[in-house]
Design a protein around this ligand. Sequence first.
Ligand code: ASP
Length: 356
Amino acid sequence: MKRILLFTVFSLLLCSSCKKEPATSETVENVSSLTETSKENGFAIVIHGGAGTIKKENMTSEQEVAYRTKLQEALDAGYKVLEEGGSSLDAVQKSVNIMEDSPLFNAGKGAVFNSAGKNELDASIMDGKTLNSGAIAGVKQIKNPINAARIVMDSTRHVMMAGKGAEDFAKLNGIEFEDDNYFHTEKRYNQLLKAQEREKVVLDHSALIIDTKELIDDHKYGTVGAVAIDKEGNIAAATSTGGMTNKKYGRVGDSPIIGAGTYANNKTCGVSATGTGEYFIRTLATHEASSLMQYRNLSLKESLDGVMKQIGDLGGSGGLIALDRNGNVAWSFNSTGMYRGYKKSSGENVVKFYEE
Ligand code: ASP
């Protein structure tokens, strides 16, 4: 009898430990206070401006202020859309536009250069209510790639358009274009020259590259993304990027791939990614996070940690931001920092860079 009892207790303990997902980093936050608010039509937005080696000792106070101000501006703009009763789709697009217009981030104006000295842009957006999505890949000279992705979603039967066809279509639909000079920032160009010197494919904001390990440990990305839930409880997610410095012409990363760089589903959550795109494609990172919630009943935080663990195990690096259908906000990253923040109708407003 005693043996049976001991066996039962042991089995129960084993089962409960099976359900736990190993945490990948202490930087993850799961703010769960919106669970009740969402029933009263609470709303929230979470954004990122890229992950990587973001260390306090490497930042001047001017740089800190510049990033903080721009991230707050992006949060406020998206939040205002939600506050006025606008859709989460409009909110994420608005926030992303602000970061695309800033040279601080690797999207739109601040996009990195590919190996041919061109800025090739990728973006995607997804509506969690209908699962409708739009994406553009490998386009040049589009000022706000996320607007072109939105047009693909709203005005075509398709999900993704690429290259010249996507550019022609965007032009026909009144999307704003800029010449190459607009996208030429000294910082990005110097990054390309450095990268080419070393004949390495490197990630945005990178310093010196020595080997793959250093590439993973010591580099920042700069892609931008936003996820929001509106007063109707609809979730949307958006991501926009210039990709990786010195990437091969024609290379497409995870950001325009639905389920890799961007995913939203009202049943579960919305997620936007930043990092070594190839690994986020291989793991279908943002969809995987949604699946872990849907099929394994994990919390948002556990799901993101689970995905980042898979990415880390494969050798990839970066981060995810997300919110779930109850308005819980979470993030997870295995780099030293990630530009990020959230703002909620409950009054919380947070902007962070480092592991804290
Ligand atoms: N994920 C992007 C890409 O691989 C890069 C980034 O996040 O900065 O294109």
